[in-house]
Design a protein around this ligand. Structure first.
Ligand code: COA
Length: 162
């Protein structure tokens, strides 16, 4: 039996689509660990500590969630938390090929780590962190897609970046 699910990602920043997956997972597993990747192939707008802080704020209402940073391969991190599964969100069909490739590669790397996919509400199917950043940069309203504190931090960061 699996009691812990680890949800890895960059969360740059966390959006309501991520929170939707975490809420669903929190009803299925005893504990959800949101694992914030410290080093990623992408260049992040926020530091790892800032991404962790925003994830904590956005998931404060969910009791069995903890937020942690990790380095290295996500699958290794999951393997080291004995008996945990990897939780991933599947949004549109376009996610499928990438997610399948990652799940199969991860299985080759760590045979015992299973990947579990959950699908968010349809209103979040097209959402991504980049989309939220782009809309805010252009002065648009993103309140239906991200926590108000996350939006505040994005506005400050993007104004500072100009
Ligand atoms: N709601 C809203 N947006 C979502 C979402 C959801 N439910 N699920 C994913 N997204 C968004 C993410 O915000 C991200 O947006 P962005 O590209 O604009 O930043 C995009 O969809 C892709 O998400 P995801 O596939 O989770 O990518 P990621 O870059 O956040 O994380 C990992 C990918 C897990 C591979 C990476 O962060 C990681 O763990 N790196 C460590 C190294 C590693 O293990 N690599 C894998 C080798 S097989």
């Amino acid at each position: 039996m699996h009691d812990i699910a680890i949800y890895p990602g960059t969360f740059d920043p966390i959006t309501n689509g991520h929170v939707d997956i975490i809420e669903r997972g929190s009803k299925m597993f005893g504990k959800i660990v949101v694992a914030v990747a410290e080093q990623t192939a992408k260049s992040c707008l926020f530091t790892a500590d800032e991404r962790v802080e925003m994830a904590k704020i956005a998931t404060k209402h969910i009791k069995n969630v903890i937020i942690e940073k990790f380095t290295g391969l996500a699958v290794e991190y999951v393997k080291n938390q004995n008996g945990a599964v990897m939780l991933r969100g599947l949004r549109a069909v376009s996610d499928f090929e990438y997610e399948l490739q990652m799940a199969l590669a991860n299985r080759e790397l760590c045979e015992n780590v299973e990947t579990v996919f959950l699908t968010p509400k349809s209103k979040y199917l097209y959402l991504s962190s980049s989309l939220v950043k782009q809309i805010i940069s252009a002065g648009g309203d993103v309140q239906q897609w991200a926590h108000e504190k996350v939006i505040e931090k994005l506005k400050t960061k993007l104004a500072f970046d100009k």
